[in-house]
Design a protein around this ligand. Sequence first.
Ligand code: SF4
Length: 265
Amino acid sequence: MPGNPNEIKLVNNAMSNVTRRKIMNFLSTGDKSTEEVGGEVGKSMLDFHLKLLQQASLIEMGEGTVKLSEYGRNFLKEKEEKSMDKTADLSQVKSIDVTEVRQLLPCIADSSKFRVIANIAPPLGGTLKVFEPLFPRGKYSDKINALIIQKGEIITTIYGTGKVTMTMIKSEGEAKESLQNLKSTINDAIVKGVAPAPREKVRVEPMEIYKYLPQTNCGKCGEQSCYTFAIKLMSGEASLEKCTPLKESQYALNQEHLQVLTAYI
Ligand code: SF4
């Protein structure tokens, strides 16, 4: 079992990659064949990822099979317990209110739908993560300090600053109703506490990522096409920063939306 600094370094390195974290989470549902692991996380560099996890003593490999080691199971359990602890104390959090919807913009992915921007006050700041278990398809992203909630085709993003964005909204009425539901869910939790909900896995498809890329196939990311880049992004072999055209002001909204989507990967 890892204990010395070198072994801990191996574990940290193994868990620093999104594909390897996905493999660990997949194995937490039971022993798998390597074929099944490849089907879940993609076959590209699978041997390499498995080898690093094995070197870190997090998994054990047999004849075409993979399973969590005892250390790997304890490692995941400890991580889960730590994150549950963080969801406990809401005594300092004030109830929120939703200010009026500020803007209705055409949605980038579907011009017949709207993108809504609103504000909640007071902002939830660093406590946002605590609310993640309230939403079975919710995901907190440290990187953008935002809680992302998927419900049907609507993606709602609550930022620590109080800004709230919603995409694929049909009407202003639907936006207001969704915001009121959000407010009630959060305020109820502030009063009653947050009970962990069963998690639902959100699967983002490459085509969904592709919709928000510039679609110019310029090659600046090192890939032949934007669609190939989307696939590499999904498998953890590329990062959003490599698409430099996204930094241009005309793609500011696309980039914001892609940051949200890639938080689910
Ligand atoms: S850099 Fe961006 S726009 Fe250019 S090909 Fe890659 S993904 Fe597409």
